[in-house]
Design a binder for this molecule. Structure first.
Ligand SMILES: Cc1cc2nc3c(=O)[nH]c(=O)nc-3n(C[C@H](O)[C@H](O)[C@H](O)COP(=O)(O)OP(=O)(O)OC[C@H]3O[C@@H](n4cnc5c(N)ncnc54)[C@H](O)[C@@H]3O)c2cc1C
Length: 399
């Protein structure tokens, strides 16, 4: 059975790995000319995703690349308050296990683990998908048309497979009231293992350096109404970011000076992908393409890894019967997908406080997190309802 996967970041190569292991033939098409090795951002693997990479025999390799961020320094320029929080204390509330790694390094590890047995086509994109009686005819922007048995979109928040199969993006995305900007810059503060975060009502700026990176990454989040901007106009996006963040104080002015010559800049609204069902005929979606909880707020990477594992497992369990497999895949992922959406909306609100009261509460909570031992934080957060520990609640099936 031949399966075409669109996208070679996280969900795509993990899916390719498991499909191959179950005996399917896999082709992965990636729009970028090669795996991008610069200007990524840090992503999180929580317990179930750690279990999946363990089963792939890749845990050690991934741990060797972990960012090593130990301390978040929270600065509220408005009050001059400054609190150092241990990252372990923050993540303990979410999951018993956590690995933070740069997305590009993670996808390189997945790619290396699959490249020998999977066909990778870089620098191309699916142009059309037509289902015929016993398969799918696919045309590409550059390569020759080909026929596959199934097509899977692992091509992220702005998925082409989703658009071609289900319709325009606006139908399935919901803005959750915040924007995100990220760029790389020289590590002029010599940060290693520390995230320096400036926070005020409605906005946040952070900079972190990683011992593997050689440079640093700045991240900005702000709340607001939906802005009408051209997603191709980088200068306009930089201007929007400047206008919202420049007066935040602290190191922010210098960070923004570096933005002008940054080799990599990313700006997007934080939107969630909400679909009742993300499979149609012989096409399905995995990871951000089908159920992004929103970048930077909902643990999308763990969800993408678990989703890929489940999809491949259900296809194997159903002996390649895609109707059965897609139904079980969606059923298995339904609860985690809903929980991650709720979690992401909550994170967007608490990460960037929307009132002076919440800002105060955030600084107090940071101080408290520091004072309590990790074990106690874990126990307290287990009592909490509302999905904070959603990742650990996912039970992985053995396929
Ligand atoms: C700035 C930022 C910060 C984030 N921070 C975090 C975090 O702290 N923790 C966390 O867990 N998650 C975070 N995320 C989210 C995380 O990156 C995603 O949830 C995760 O990467 C999803 O993986 P994916 O493989 O589904 O999609 P993506 O990683 O988006 O990959 C999609 C792939 O498809 C390719 N592609 C796109 N269009 C096409 C096409 N037409 N044809 C072929 N290929 C195509 C892209 O080039 C890319 O390689 C963040 C995201 C962003 C943008």
């Amino acid at each position: 059975m031949r399966i075409l996967v669109s996208g070679a970041s996280v969900a795509g190569p993990v899916l390719a790995y498991w499909l191959r292991r179950y005996g399917f033939d896999v082709t992965v098409v990636e729009r970028a000319g090669s795996l991008r090795k610069t200007a990524g951002h840090a992503v999180d693997l929580f317990r179930p995703a750690v279990r999946v990479v363990e089963r792939m025999g890749l845990r050690e390799k991934i741990e060797a690349k972990k960012t090593g961020t130990d301390i978040v320094t929270l600065v509220a320029p408005r009050t001059g308050r400054r609190v150092d929080v241990k990252v372990a204390n923050l993540t303990a509330a979410v999951s018993d296990e956590h690995i933070e790694v740069m997305r590009d390094e993670l996808s390189t590890i997945f790619y290396e683990a699959t490249r020998e047995h999977v066909e990778y086509v870089f620098g191309d994109s699916i142009a059309s998908i037509v289902e015929v009686s016993d398969g799918v005819e696919v045309t590409f922007e550059r390569g020759d048309p080909r026929r596959f048995d199934l097509v899977v979109g692992a091509d992220g928040l702005h998925s082409t497979v989703r658009r071609l199969t289900f319709g325009p993006e606006e139908r399935f995305t919901t803005f959750i009231g915040a924007y995100l900007g990220v760029f790389s810059l020289p590590n002029y503060l010599n940060l290693d293992g520390q995230v320096l975060t400036y926070v005020d009502v409605g906005r946040l700026a952070g900079i972190y350096g990683d011992r593997h990176l050689g440079d640093a990454r700045a991240i900005f989040l702000f709340h607001g109404e939906q802005i009408d901007y051209d997603y191709r106009d980088i200068e306009q996006q930089k201007q929007i970011l400047r206008s919202r963040i420049a007066s935040l104080g602290g190191e922010v002015g210098r960070l923004l000076e570096h933005m002008a010559d940054s080799p990599a800049f990313y700006f997007d609204s934080i939107t969630q992908v909400r679909m009742e069902s993300w499979s149609r005929g012989r096409v399905t979606l995995v990871g951000d393409a089908g159920y992004s909880p929103g970048p930077a707020v909902g643990g999308g990477t763990s969800l993408a890894i678990v989703g890929a594992y489940v999809l491949a497992g259900e296809l194997a369990a159903a002996g390649g019967d895609h109707v059965k497999a897609f139904t079980s895949y969606e059923r298995e992922m339904h609860a985690p997908v809903l929980a991650s959406r709720t979690f992401a909306r909550g994170t967007a609100r608490t990460l960037v406080p929307d009132s002076a009261g919440r800002l105060w509460a955030m600084v107090q909570a940071a101080r408290l997190a520091n004072a309590l031992p990790t074990g106690l934080i874990r126990s307290l957060s287990k009592l909490q309802r509302g999905g904070a520990r959603l990742h650990d609640e996912i039970r992985l099936k053995d396929y």
